[in-house]
Ligand binder design. Structure first.
Ligand code: PRP
Length: 184
């Protein structure tokens, strides 16, 4: 298939399609071992986690289940307030379930810190975190991550679920957006 994007929109690809695939092979092997014989529920955080959830879940046995949440901080300007609200809640009851939150990126850590507290209060047997990306230089709240893909620089990145104005989520790789795209 011909690429459907223009590489001039990016200054650098920082995680390639092949990097992602190989990392998901190794992370999924660990997850399959750790949860063998357990009833595992993957919880994806919309919308960014759609790509990583789809590719991770296809490396898991068919007994694994998926559910989704959508959350929002109160406006990007006040993100550091730590106030998060639920736009779409889970369908599943978490009582006694082993839950693995699947995220595309941890930036400040505020979303995941809140989500961990929220899901742990619902009586799950365990709640752990898998994230494909983490920006160590942007973290404001430390979040325990059991399964980490890549640490990346504190740059504006898009692709593989990550957007700029809802665009670029469909890229098969993660890249630094060219400032020319957003008018710098
Ligand atoms: C992104 C990402 C995480 C969150 C991380 O979602 O998917 O959920 O931000 O940021 P934090 O660590 O600073 O809290 P976003 O709110 O951009 O929504 P989206 O997934 O729909 O793009």
């Amino acid at each position: 298939m011909e690429p459907q994007y223009d590489m001039d929109d990016f200054t650098k690809v920082i995680v390639s399609e092949n990097d992602i695939s190989r990392k998901l092979d190794s992370l999924s092997a660990r997850i399959r071992d750790d949860y063998e014989g357990k009833d595992l529920l993957l919880v994806g955080v919309l919308k960014g986690a759609v790509m990583v959830m789809a590719d991770l879940a296809r490396r898991m046995p068919p007994s694994v289940q998926m559910d989704w949440m959508a959350v929002s901080s109160y406006g990007s300007g006040t993100k550091s307030s730590g106030v998060v609200r639920i736009l779409k809640d889970l369908d599943a009851d978490l009582s006694g379930r082993h839950v693995l939150i699947v995220e595309d990126i941890i930036d400040t850590g505020i979303t995941l810190h809140w989500l961990l507290g929220n899901l742990r209060s619902r009586g799950a047997a365990s709640v752990e975190v898998m994230t494909l990306l983490r920006k160590p230089d942007a973290v404001q709240v430390e979040v325990p991550v059991r399964y980490l893909g890549f640490e990346i620089p504190n740059e504006f990145v898009v692709g593989y679920g990550l957007d700029y104005a809802e665009r670029y989520r469909t890229l098969p790789f993660v890249a630094i957006l060219n400032p020319a795209v957003y008018g710098d």
